[in-house]
Design a protein around this ligand. Structure first.
Ligand SMILES: [Zn+2]
Length: 174
């Protein structure tokens, strides 16, 4: 895969015309979303945002946000002029269907120590979610309730249909 990427990069840089851009998001927006591959090159178009417009924080299931996601949202607000946050889940999220037994088996088969696995609550550690919509609402609440997020910053919650790109608003903080 590295060869593929390096070849593609050669083609890209030959055609690409560099231009100076600010690292400040032009739409003053920070998005927290899932790492799902089907969102790549899709979510941005579905939201009408382009390169340079928004900070996009991704992880598996846009969940388990306590440490790193809140830190990144906070940096976006305090140092990068972000004025609005959107938590965007999607339909058919893989994190809603995690079977802890299957995960544990896979971890052990790839050399992870079962003693280490026993020390954690696997479902919690992996951030398995019960439902895509309720997860978005919970995550919005968690971000809102963080002592490091200013009260005046709107935190919206949305879900995108992974097939047709339609958005549904779950939490409207306007
Ligand atoms: Zn997902």
């Amino acid at each position: 895969m590295l060869d593929y990427v390096l070849n593609a990069n050669k083609d890209f840089t030959q055609k690409f015309e560099p231009k100076k851009m600010s690292f400040i998001p032009q739409k003053k927006l920070c998005i927290v979303t899932c790492m799902d591959t089907r969102l790549t090159g899709f979510l941005e178009d579905a939201l009408g945002i382009g390169r340079g417009d928004a900070k996009i924080i991704k992880n598996a299931g846009n969940t388990n946000i306590d440490r790193d996601v809140v830190r990144s949202v906070a940096i976006s607000i305090f140092l990068l002029e972000v004025e609005e946050v959107m938590v965007i889940g999607h339909t058919e999220c893989g994190m809603a269907n995690i079977k802890p037994e299957k995960l544990e088996k896979s971890m052990i088969s790839l050399g992870i120590s079962s003693d280490e696995i026993k020390k954690i609550d696997l479902k919690e550690w992996i951030g398995s979610i019960d439902n895509e919509e309720s997860n978005v609402i919970n995550v919005v609440e968690k971000i809102k309730n963080s002592p490091f997020i200013p009260d005046h910053i709107p935190i919206h919650g949305l879900i995108i249909d992974i097939e047709n790109g339609a958005l549904k608003v779950l939490v409207d903080s306007r």
